[in-house]
Design a protein around this ligand. Structure first.
Ligand code: WT7
Length: 645
């Protein structure tokens, strides 16, 4: 197959951390001698005590993996304290508010002081290492302070994306038993107020485990207050000392829990630990984004997702970088916002999602062209496959053919980027994540279960442990084994399909399980289905993804009502509101089709393959329908397919 190839410019090959020869040499070493390689690389952090063994455990038995065994360190120390002597006055964090008139900068020293103060606040509430704290904050600087303060005293944070509903928040608090919740009065997105405290209150009603709610005053909006339980962030901070020695943590002590969707059941609490995670997020950030002193780096993700954890906070700050945090949205106050931010702060590295690129592209070139963007030198994407058209627009229009694009493939579970171009080392192919990062051993398994040697298509697996991999599902190690290590012997199953081409480059083709990717947000179809069937009018529901021009995938729901209910527009709207309340706005179906019945096999299994075809409107190749119990159901669904879909 012929691809457009974008060779490495000479200037990049010369100035980047990693050129082609270095990549080949380091990759080879990382695979043939992982302990030697990672032992050396871990020197990028400051350790209170060195490890005794680099790596322990394998993808067999109960998969207990450890990295840097016996090593002691502290994450906030590595992200803050150690930079104070050399670059205490350098900017660590630039915050850009939803309102373009609002931005604030924090030097390393200032951030350090705030973090120490808040760590003392947490201590004063009785929190100790190993305890869990839930953070439900909008994209404001206090979010960065809260996370780093947790790491300073060994408290495990669980950040819940501000777009999740009260019910989703409650479910996550209950799962990890977080005694303290940190929230704000309101968030702001595109000029709209997001009722954070109101949601938090509803969640806490269902979570007796929560003793205290710390509330940041952000908009100043009028919010209810529960005396005795609710505490004001600013009052607590006023009285707190800025002296807080970092807790000495073990490399394998838990760092954070982050909930993510799987193909079945409730969200999984992905658990990441301290040493391996920080080494890997720091190094990937430095190498893949080619971060050098003087760069201004902006990742547009929300910290409620793993991208924000690893590539807004931990990786960049461990590297002493200047990292930008943006509260708002790409289209407010207008569609030039991203590029105005680039010009305002002199951003040199921009990392965003294909869904944002497609939405921006749809507005034409004008909102981009009227800005300078001269400061940009590297672009990145993450979250979903990028279509070549969007890639080329990003490259030609945004980057003016000057900026390489790193298409980074990874997952909540992987903790950091596993597949990506290295911009000084590899010719780019629009739509390909190209090559494995150091120490990452991918493989492709075909439908017959063969691990392919050469080019081919199949399921993507990783055959060796890497430092930032999840260690378990919080409180459910058997689900961890079942989800990732039961399908193939000796390999981590990613849930993604991929193709390896003749050059050995990887192309991610998308999820092969019942997970859908809506605007780069990961959702389990089962979650949306259980939200729908929880409504009293619904008898049965089936949810699938379908191709969506902007979102990548949209949500298509087939709903069967109980016998005494009949389809009507108000009920449709009620069901959409219901899903918003149960999960959050990101889970609201784009299409809801009334289904008198669902296509099932004679043994009663819903034939999702057929539902996916109908949703995608690819009706010519429904595939084998001979096992259908009632073929008429399919004809009916095709006939009544909503026109808008
Ligand atoms: C799923 C993981 C970790 C980043 C944010 C998403 C898809 C992610 C790419 C990419 C194609 C991608 C995969 C993966 N994905 N990056 N560059 N190309 N697909 O994290 O919510 O855990 O979702 O996102 O399907 O499995 P997540």
């Amino acid at each position: 197959m012929a691809h457009d190839l974008f060779p490495v410019p000479d200037s990049w090959a010369k100035a980047a951390w990693i050129d082609n020869a270095t990549y080949l040499r380091m990759y080879e070493q990382s695979i043939s001698d992982p302990e030697g390689f990672w032992g050396e690389q871990a020197g990028c952090l400051d350790w209170f005590r060195p490890w005794t063994k680099v790596r322990e455990g394998a993808f067999e038995g109960d998969v207990r993996i450890s990295w840097f065994c016996g090593g002691k360190l502290n994450v906030s120390y590595n992200c803050l304290d150690r930079h104070l002597a050399g670059r205490g006055d350098a900017i660590a964090l630039i915050w850009e508010g939803d309102d373009p008139a609002e931005s604030r900068s924090f030097s390393y020293r200032r951030l350090f002081e705030e973090v120490c103060r808040f760590a003392n606040v947490l201590k004063s509430l009785g929190l100790r290492r190993g305890d869990r704290v839930t953070i439900y904050l909008p994209m404001i600087p206090e979010l960065a302070v809260a996370m780093l303060a947790c790491t300073r005293i060994g408290v495990v944070h669980s950040i819940v994306f501000g777009g999740f509903s009260a019910d989703s928040l409650a479910e996550r608090i209950r799962d990890c038993q977080g005694r303290v919740l940190i929230t704000a009065d309101e968030g702001l997105r595109g000029g709209q107020r997001i009722p954070a405290k109101e949601n938090a209150d509803k969640a806490v009603e269902k979570c007796p485990v929560v003793e205290r709610v710390i509330v940041v005053r952000h908009t100043g909006g009028d919010v209810p207050w529960t005396p005795g339980r609710d505490l004001s962030w600013s009052e607590l901070m006023e009285n707190a000392s800025a002296d807080c020695p970092p807790e000495v943590m073990d490399a394998e002590d838990p760092l954070f829990i982050l909930y993510t969707s799987g193909s079945t059941g409730k969200p999984k609490g992905v658990l990441h630990t301290t040493g391996g995670y920080l080494v890997f997020s720091a190094l990937t950030h430095r190498h893949i984004f080619d971060y050098h002193d003087g760069d201004i780096y902006w990742c547009t993700a929300d910290i409620g997702w793993v991208t924000g954890h690893s590539y807004i906070i931990y990786g960049p700050l461990a590297n002493g970088a200047t990292t930008v945090m943006f509260e708002g949205v790409p289209h407010y106050p207008d569609w030039s916002r991203f590029w105005n931010i680039v010009d305002k702060h002199g951003i040199s590295i921009l990392y965003t999602a294909p869904t944002a690129i497609r939405a921006l592209m749809r507005q034409g070139d004008e909102p981009v062209r009227k800005t300078s963007r001269r400061s940009l030198r590297l672009l990145g994407t993450v979250g979903e496959p990028i279509n070549p058209e969007a890639w080329l627009w990003y490259y030609n229009v945004v980057g003016e053919k000057r900026c390489p694009i790193v298409d980074t493939w990874w997952q909540t579970e992987t903790g950091g980027i596993l597949l990506s171009p290295l911009p000084g080392a590899m010719a780019l192919k629009p739509g390909s994540a190209l090559r494995p990062y150091f120490g990452v051993k991918p493989a492709i398994v075909d439908a017959a279960g063969n691990f392919l040697e050469g080019p081919g298509d199949g399921n993507l697996v990783i055959t060796e442990p890497w430092p930032a991999m999840l260690r378990t599902i919080y409180g459910d190690h058997s689900r961890f084994l079942q989800t990732y290590f039961s399908l193939y012997k000796g390999a981590y199953f990613t849930g993604d399909g991929a193709r390896r081409d003749e050059d050995g480059d990887y192309w991610i083709t998308g999820r092969v399980d019942d997970v859908i990717n809506v605007s780069g947000h990961r959702l389990g179809t089962a979650e949306v289905e259980s939200a729908l069937v929880a409504h009293p009018a619904v008898a049965e529901a089936a949810v699938v993804g379908f191709p969506h021009e902007i979102k990548g995938q949209g949500i298509y729901a087939y709903v069967t009502l109980k016998a005494d209910r009949s389809p009507a527009e108000p009920l449709r709207e009620e069901l959409l509101r219901w899903v918003r309340k149960e999960i959050g706005a990101i889970a609201v179906p784009d299409v809801l089709q009334w289904a008198p019945g669902l296509p099932k096999t004679r043994s009663g299994k819903i034939m999702r393959r057929i539902l996916r075809k109908i949703a995608a409107n690819s009706l010519d190749d429904l595939g084998d329908t001979s096992t259908l119990a009632e073929p008429a159901v399919v004809e009916e669904l095709i006939r009544n397919r909503p026109a808008a879909a």
